[in-house]
Design a protein around this ligand. Structure first.
Ligand code: ADP
Length: 239
């Protein structure tokens, strides 16, 4: 079993007005490569913070984050960015596209950062994959929410990530568009074996993943395999 994400005794605190605010408290779990998992819990329970720490966007106060066998704790901001560029896809609830760049240019940015070749045609292929071949020259403000989210998926897929983190990927989308986005994300898992970690309020979406972590008040209160039995899940449960 290959562990792609190993979280041990993870704690995150913030200092405010002389007080210490503990946002995450002693979280530990291991995640198998190629599996799918959701993080659920009430608003303010620490889900986004946990996702950001796992993905190397932020740094823990104590405890260990090991992503694809690389310990992130002692890395500099630049080194963490490098790990993210190589191994991680991240989808934000509010898309976070660059407003002054067109859809295709938004997808080209990470390709360019990695010094890749033929980036315009690669970005065009990625937009085609998410069904937006004809929207490359539109600016984010000229795209619907669902289209913007699909551009952000194309951008997140651009490095063929080993692991994809998504924060409320369907949070701002209508039911039909949500379904499309969810399919693209799960196809990536099925076709490329990309590990998925989703933060969601949507329990139906969470039930589609193999495992659900529940957080409350910054603590992990349960860690369960889901019961729907697809062949993939049976393999996973019997590992
Ligand atoms: P969730 O995603 O479950 O809604 P978050 O991870 O966004 O929860 O936030 C958890 C808690 O951490 C909240 O109480 C939030 O106010 C607090 N928090 C998040 N970021 C900061 C920060 N930079 N400084 C202080 N408190 C923060």
């Amino acid at each position: 079993m290959d562990i792609i994400l190993n979280i041990q005794n993870l704690t995150k605190t913030y200092q405010s007005g002389g007080n210490t605010l503990t946002v995450l408290n002693d979280i530990s779990f291991e995640l198998e490569s190629g599996s799918t998992m959701s993080i659920v819990g009430p608003s303010g329970s620490g889900k986004t913070t946990l996702l950001g720490l796992c993905a190397g966007l932020d740094r823990s106060s104590s405890g260990m984050v090991e992503l694809n066998h690389i310990k992130l704790n002692n890395l500099s901001e630049d080194q963490r960015a490098q790990v993210r560029n190589q191994h991680v896809g991240f989808i934000f609830q509010n898309f976070q596209l660059l407003p002054t760049l067109t859809a295709i240019e938004n997808v080209m940015v990470p390709l360019e950062l990695r010094g890749e070749k033929n980036i315009r045609s690669r970005a065009a292929d990625l937009l085609d994959k998410v069904g937006l071949a004809d929207r490359g020259h539109h600016y984010p403000s000229q795209l619907s929410g669902g289209e913007q989210q699909r551009v952000s998926l194309a951008r997140a897929f651009s490095n063929s990530p080993k692991i994809l983190f998504a924060d409320e990927p369907t949070g701002n989308l209508d039911a039909e568009t949500s379904e499309k986005v969810v399919k693209l994300i799960f196809d990536l898992n099925k076709e490329a074996g990309t590990t998925l970690v989703l933060v969601t309020h949507d329990l139906e979406l969470a039930a589609k993943t193999q495992r659900i972590l529940r957080v409350k008040g910054g603590s992990l209160i349960s860690d369960e395999l889901t019961t729907t039995e697809t062949p993939d899940k049976i393999n996973y449960a019997g590992r």
